[in-house]
Design a protein around this ligand. Structure first.
Ligand code: PLP
Length: 398
């Protein structure tokens, strides 16, 4: 396949899909694949979900876009619903995860200036991923993604992920906020210690910092809670959403509570497309379906089943270093880089991803059913067993 007029920012796999149904995608040759990646945590309801199709169709027939210069009833309804689910106060809508994080970064700066700090800084984590726009990229903890784009915006201080003592030890004179993923996605499905978020919440309260959670990948049911931080019993001051929220229709959201509530006012931030009727209607359909179909409990159960079965079958192999995650955000870390498994899995009809070099990442749609779980577990275990066998052969021949 040639892409002569596409800027090659992505190294594309040699397959194109022409339709999807539930957890399955069909390529242009009619071959079907179990989608255990969901467009990187986007297709929360899988493909061609009737409720999402109906909502989008109905809205498209009525009104696609007006402008944030006018009242948008469906946007207000979505904001109400998100605030109710998150226990937060208000929402700014954008179109992507990066944009949601840009809004959070701007909020942190306003918060810092409001506290008399001239050059406010935000605490961010090693191996974090927050997006590709310049400030989100500066917050991202991946030097290879940043390389060449200097000068990056300043105002970030980096600590090891999950290390509360490192944050506590920072000279806090100019710190305004902490930005953190409840579970790191691109960084390798890394789960912090259970005490991390509650302790961080307490520290932010003591120091007057905003606690900002990037739930772009973890949010909207992915981890078996509406939002991953809820498993820790905390409420953040700022929460960023995107990916699964629109079920495939682009939408981003930055939620605020408490001290972050009054920071943006008329004219201080904006987005032409942000929260347009089509995107909001799609997001409402996603939230309603998760609710109506009990998909939080389902995601929790399917995730436990996947992790449990993989653990039982290959957890004892030397090549498997760790099996972790929450709900349907699952990482299987191998003891060596394994990028080749993406292709091997695809050849066997399963779409998955390898992140941080050696972590097999599974992000199936929340609607994945038990027979599909069996198929996924079988394929992943076979890949790992084969990897272990070929490592043994290599060792034997060395
Ligand atoms: N934040 C997190 C945690 C992400 O995983 C991502 C994307 O992978 C982003 C932000 C960026 O989102 P987007 O690509 O929609 O800008």
């Amino acid at each position: 396949m040639t892409h002569s007029h596409l800027i090659p920012t992505y190294k594309r796999q040699p397959v194109a899909f022409e339709r999807g149904e539930g957890a399955w995608l069909f390529d242009t040759a009619g071959r079907r694949y179990l989608d255990a990646l969901s467009g990187i945590a986007v297709n929360a309801l899988g493909h061609a979900h009737p409720a999402l199709i109906a909502a989008i169709g109905e809205q498209a027939n009525r009104l696609l876009h007006t402008s944030n210069l006018y009242e948008i009833e469906v946007q207000s309804r979505l904001a109400d619903r998100l605030c109710e689910l998150a226990g937060m106060d208000a929402v700014f809508f954008g179109n992507s995860g990066s944009e949601a994080n840009e809004a959070a970064i701007k909020l942190a700066r306003l918060h810092g200036h409001g506290r008399g700090i001239d050059t406010p800084r935000i605490v961010v984590m090693e191996s974090a991923f927050h997006g590709r726009t310049l400030a989100a990229l500066a917050a991202t903890g991946n030097p290879s993604a940043q390389q060449g784009f200097e000068p990056l915006p300043e105002g970030f201080v980096r600590v090891p992920y999950g290390d509360l003592e490192a944050i506590r030890a920072l000279d806090d004179g100019d710190i305004a906020a902490v930005l953190v993923e409840p579970i790191q996605g691109e960084g390798g499905v890394r789960v912090p210690p259970a005490s991390f978020l509650p302790s961080l919440r307490a520290l932010c309260d003591t120091r007057g910092w905003l606690l900002m959670v990037d739930e772009v990948q973890t949010g909207v049911g992915r981890t078996g809670d509406w939002f991953a931080h809820q498993a820790s019993g905390i409420t953040p001051d700022v929460m960023c959403l995107a990916k699964g929220l629109g079920g495939g229709v682009p939408i981003g959201a930055t939620l605020v509570a408490g001290p972050a509530r009054e920071l943006f006012g008329p004219g201080s931030h904006g987005s032409t497309f942000g929260g347009n009727p089509l995107a909001c209607r799609a997001a409402l359909a996603v939230l309603d379906t998760i609710d109506d179909d009990g998909l939080l409990t389902h995601a929790q159960a399917m995730g436990e089943s996947i992790r449990g079965q993989i653990e039982a079958r290959v957890g004892g192999l030397d090549v498997v270093r760790d099996i972790r995650g929450a709900g349907l955000m699952i990482g299987i870390e191998l003891g060596r880089p394994c990028p080749e498994l993406v292709e091997t899995a695809r050849e066997r009809g399963v779409l998955l991803n390898v992140t941080a070099g050696s972590v097999i990442r599974l992000l199936p749609p929340l609607i994945i059913a038990p027979p599909e779980v069996e198929r996924l577990v079988d394929t992943v275990c076979e890949l790992i067993e084969n990897a272990a066998a070929s490592d043994n052969d290599t060792r034997a021949n060395a």
